[in-house]
Design a protein around this ligand. Structure first.
Ligand SMILES: C[S@@+](CC[C@H](N)C(=O)[O-])C[C@H]1O[C@@H](n2cnc3c(N)ncnc32)[C@H](O)[C@@H]1O
Length: 194
């Protein structure tokens, strides 16, 4: 099993999480770009979880990523991914709303025994093709750290077209992880393709 990310810190966190399980020896963590990776061998399953496809820079990058994924799937293998959904009007559901002026508390995480608050706010592009998701981390002593990630999201018909163009067939989309019907009210799209 291989895990790939372009960010060393994410790989370190993955390594730490794996060390706490019995799976560590089975997993190779690779520093790499998911829009142009070239790994040894092919896989029966490739998973792009938690909006990862929206984090790589837009439709061209998604097309390159899907082509790489297709090339690394063995015959009959499956690609699985989940992304938050927008409807045809560009509406979508995000923590804090699409264009929230103020940071809202999203989670409290514990690192090294210290509780760190994670706040989020979002700024939508004027043409609604991307959103800047801003994070603020707040330590108990008041220290803060700000970070930002730009999400380029695509409507499902566009993503489906890119999947077909990358050579995938047998596309299926659900509105949640239990297989609910995907419709305009769905907050996420859970996609499988072969
Ligand atoms: C929204 S998070 C997805 C969740 C993450 N995969 C996880 O399982 O927790 C986006 C992730 O994509 C990574 N990323 C962004 N651009 C990338 C790229 N071009 N290649 C590989 N990873 C990338 C980020 O470092 C971040 O870990």
């Amino acid at each position: 099993m291989v895990g790939l990310d372009v960010d060393r810190t994410m790989l370190t966190l993955a390594h730490e999480a794996l060390e706490a399980t019995s799976s560590a020896a089975r997993v190779e963590l690779v520093l790499g770009d998911m829009t142009e990776f070239d790994l040894d061998g092919t896989f029966d399953r490739i998973i792009i979880p938690f909006n990862g496809l929206w984090a790589i820079g837009g439709a061209d990058a998604v097309a390159r990523c899907l082509a790489c994924a297709r090339g690394h799937l063995e015959a009959g293998g499956v690609l699985l991914l989940d992304v938050y959904a927008i409807d045809d009007d560009g509406d979508y559901e995000l923590q804090g709303g699409p264009d929230s002026a103020d940071f809202e508390l999203m989670a409290t995480v514990v690192r090294g025994g210290v509780e760190v608050q994670v706040l989020e706010r979002n700024a939508l592009a004027p043409d609604a093709t991307w959103i800047d998701v801003e994070y603020r981390f707040v330590w108990p002593d008041g220290r803060t750290l700000d970070d930002r990630m730009r999400h380029h999201f695509l409507p499902w018909p566009v993503l489906a077209t890119l999947l077909f163009e990358a050579g995938f067939t047998d596309l299926a989309v659900a509105g949640d992880f239990d297989g609910a019907r995907f419709d305009e009210a769905s907050e996420i799209a859970v996609v499988s393709a072969r």
